[in-house]
Ligand binder design. Structure first.
Ligand SMILES: CC/C=C\C/C=C\C/C=C\C/C=C\C/C=C\C/C=C\CCCCC(=O)SCCNC(=O)CCNC(=O)[C@H](O)C(C)(C)COP(=O)(O)OP(=O)(O)OC[C@H]1O[C@@H](n2cnc3c(N)ncnc32)[C@H](O)[C@@H]1OP(=O)(O)O
Ligand SMILES: Cc1cc2nc3c(=O)[nH]c(=O)nc-3n(C[C@H](O)[C@H](O)[C@H](O)COP(=O)(O)OP(=O)(O)OC[C@H]3O[C@@H](n4cnc5c(N)ncnc54)[C@H](O)[C@@H]3O)c2cc1C
Length: 673
């Protein structure tokens, strides 16, 4: 039998090899859990190996040394080369393969086709008629045209019903007139809108006979297909540098009474007839499908960002030696410190948890997508509630985890050589895009309040909120849990979520009964409501993790995942325990039990720490991190990396002659006086 950890190679740093030799599980088999099948895990590695053989696809230099213009150009250059090799490298119908190829070759900072694949094609697939698909979708798939999804405006992103861009139907010419009447009505933010795309699905408020029908989707050609010049009545450009994503040209768009044919409205589910008759869709929110698509996939992309930063931090922590635990022994790896373990290991568990919750979400999303094709919309509300909560909780916890990973690398974590700050910048965009987190938590809260009302009225609720009708114990039995049975833990999470959901519900009801209008009462309860949404979502994540561990067959993988789950449940419970202490569901003694289980878990995870992150099988090319190098040879490569700095091109910079020398000369002269 070979090594269980598949990353071991001759010549690696002995400290990291020592870690890998301790692995109790096969890291490639674990990758099959993370990526949902052995085949998917194999394909990732095959794609990486194939990419490594194509010299033109390698980074010209480390990305942090590129200017914004160079980043945009470099991403576009690679997209060009990739298109020559695409069909040899991946199955183009497999989103996960495409996503992986993008991460390896280009990375997370963006590329000219990012929104084309993530939103433009999905919105056409879901909302275009067959005729419209023939006209645009197939051309888009062949990349004859490049598009984006232009919804957010300078003045409105969250509140779609107040979008100011109008699409007014002109019956006489059978056209829509698209107009941005104010500065705040300009589209502002859409990815790749600024410079790369020549088409966009524009979301605008539909007006027929002066009646407002709310947001609808329209296909708009922005630029000439040959010259790429903006078409008449269109102003378009880049919105400038951002915290991260700077290889992406997020853009603005002003439409000046632009006329488009009636048939450019996406009409699979909703229609405007020639005479202006409006035929409503089977479900009012069907046109929100592109957002739900991204939200459903965000658990996995966030898990990936979190796992990337943890891979960097854990590998580095295994070669970084500083300080002593036993003064008679050599300096220890910083990974030996309990504080370092507590800082990193719970986030490793979260990355796994998000990936497992993500797999369940994508399954539900695929089902709802299929249902919608035949006009069936029953599960749309469930999916919207689930993805709204997960999107918010997962992005927020990912942000926390990445920042802990950065800090755990000390000073070198702050250098772009770690690349963690870039990953952080990219990931935290997710707290905002696809629905600002608070706004989305409040969407889930609407669903939870409906369920709570039903339960109060004596009705039985099922599915994701089924636990609200289930029997509850007055006191948690957590310290009477047999090993490897997590039922009592999950019951405690259920109790906490249930209590908070009913607390918010009762508060809201009381205000409504006192005569407060619903929207005001809602606002006054909104902090409690968002807490309810978070706790419900964290319960779902814990349940999804437990369901996955339950289903695993391989003994060693199951055991390793079980250790992570144990850590996860204890850590997360401590984080939310105040809710259960308030009503005596948990007592002080049980808190001590949870804490001691948590510390025991850290020790259990420690020998496998490097293997848990190695199992994500993130290559050096995609990590783009000196600290996270697979071989552990960090220090000599940090020095090499710094040589890329343009400041090192000459020994003396012109600023010396210009500013520093006069400053010092004058100081010296003055001190002689
Ligand atoms: C590992 C990965 C493998 C493969 C990857 C494969 C593919 C990759 C796919 C995705 C990639 C993932 C990540 C991306 C990576 C990089 C990201 C790059 C770019 C980022 C792109 C970002 C793009 C954007 O940001 S687009 C703009 C997004 N904007 C928003 O989200 C706006 C938020 N606001 C809203 O959504 C709405 O305004 C609202 C929902 C808040 C309110 O809507 P509305 O005003 O219409 O509400 P009401 O009329 O009051 O109605 C409320 C009722 O409607 C129900 N509702 C709302 N929405 C839905 C829905 N979608 N479905 C069902 N029901 C819905 C709601 O529940 C209310 O119902 P109730 O009964 O009345 O309570
Ligand atoms: C990296 C990035 C990429 C993006 N890409 C795209 C894209 O491709 N296409 C596109 O169309 N858009 C895109 N966007 C825009 C993005 O979708 C919006 O910025 C996002 O939906 C938030 O809306 P907003 O900016 O209006 O926030 P605001 O709503 O102005 O948020 C400001 C504050 O107000 C609060 N708030 C607002 N409404 C409520 C409420 N009802 N209740 C309680 N609190 C509230 C929020 O919680 C927040 O704290 C992108 C944004 C980013 C950062």
């Amino acid at each position: 039998m070979g090594n269980l950890n598949k990353e071991i190679r001759d010549g690696d740093h002995p400290d990291i090899t020592e870690e890998r030799l301790k692995s109790t599980f096969d890291t490639h088999k674990m990758a099959a859990q993370i990526y949902n099948s052995q085949r998917a895990a194999d394909r990732r590695n095959e794609i990486t190996s194939a990419v490594l053989k194509i010299p033109e696809l390698q980074d010209i230099k480390p990305l942090p040394f590129l200017s914004r213009e160079e980043k945009v150009e470099e991403a576009a250059r690679k997209i060009g080369i990739l298109s020559e090799h695409l069909y040899d490298l991946v199955n183009v119908n497999d989103g996960a393969e495409l996503y992986h190829l993008n991460n390896v070759v280009i990375g997370g900072e963006g590329n000219p086709l990012a929104l084309h694949g993530v939103m433009f094609i999905p919105v056409l697939q879901a909302q275009a008629t067959d005729e419209q698909k023939k006209k645009w979708l197939y051309r888009a798939m062949k990349r004859e045209i490049i598009g984006t999804y232009a919804q957010t405006e300078m003045g409105h992103g969250s509140n779609l019903r107040k979008l100011e861009t109008t699409a007014t139907y002109d019956k006489a010419t059978e056209e829509f007139v698209l107009n941005s009447p104010t500065t705040t009505s300009m589209k502002w933010w859409p990815g790749n809108l600024g410079k790369s795309t020549n088409y966009a699905v524009v979301v605008a408020t539909l007006i027929i006979n002066e009646k407002d029908y709310g947001p609808h989707s329209f296909m708009v050609q922005l630029r000439d297909e040959n010259t790429h010049k903006p078409l008449p009545n269109i102003e378009v450009g880049d919105i400038g540098p951002k915290m991260a994503y700077n290889a992406t040209d997020n853009g603005f768009l002003k439409l000046n009474h632009l006329r488009i044919p009636r048939t450019n409205m996406l009409m699979k589910h909703v229609k405007v007839e020639k005479d202006g008759t409006y035929i409503k869709p089977p479900h009012a929110k069907m046109s929100y499908s592109a957002m739900v698509h991204v939200r459903a996939h965000m658990n996995n992309t966030m898990a990936y960002f979190l796992a990337s930063s943890l891979t960097i931090a854990v590998r580095y922590s295994s070669i970084r030696r500083q300080g002593h635990i036993n003064p008679k022994e050599p300096e220890v790896k910083v990974l030996e410190y309990q504080t370092q373990q507590h800082r990193l290991f719970p986030h490793i568990a979260r990355a796994y948890a998000f990936s497992f919750a993500g797999a369940e979400t994508v399954r539900l999303y695929e089902k709802v997508k299929k249902d919608m094709e035949s006009g069936e919309t029953e599960l749309m509300a469930d999916l919207h509630a689930l993805t709204s909560g997960l999107k918010s909780v997962v992005t927020y916890l990912t942000m926390q985890g990445i920042e802990q990973a950065r800090q755990s690398c000390g000073g070198h974590g702050y250098s772009m050589a770690s690349y963690i700050s870039e990953i952080y910048g990219i990931a935290i965009g997710g707290c905002t895009y696809e629905g600002e987190n608070m706004v989305m938590l409040l969407q889930l809260a609407r669903y939870l309040m409906k369920a709570a009302k039903a339960v109060k009225e004596g009705k039985k609720v099922e599915g994701l909120v089924g636990y609200l009708s289930a029997p509850d114990n007055r006191h948690s039995l957590i310290d009477r849990t047999p090993e490897k049975s997590y039922d009592t833990y999950l019951k405690t999470f259920e109790h906490i979520a249930r209590q908070q959901i009913f607390r918010a519900f009762d508060k809201l009801e009381k205000m409504l009964t006192s005569g407060l209008p619903h929207s005001e009462a809602w606002n006054k309860c909104s902090v409690e409501l968002t807490r309810a949404s978070r706790l419900h979502t964290r319960l779902f994540i814990a349940q999804a993790f437990a369901r996955r561990v339950h289903d695993v067959v391989d003994f060693h993988i199951k055991e390793a995942l079980d250790d992570l789950l144990h850590l996860h449940l204890n850590y997360e419970l401590l984080d939310v325990a105040s809710y259960a202490l308030e009503d005596g569901h948990l007592c002080g003694e049980q808190m001590n039990f949870i804490r001691s289980e948590l510390y025991r878990s850290l020790g259990k995870i420690r020998p496998n720490a490097v293997s848990y992150v190695d199992a994500w099988e993130l290559s050096d090319m995609e990590l783009r991190s000196v600290l996270g190098r697979r071989d552990g040879h960090v220090y000599e490569n940090l020095y090499k990396w710094a040589q890329n700095s343009s400041l090192n091109r000459t020994d003396v910079l012109p600023v010396f002659e210009k500013y520093l020398k006069p400053l010092m000369m004058s100081a010296r002269k003055n001190s002689k006086l």
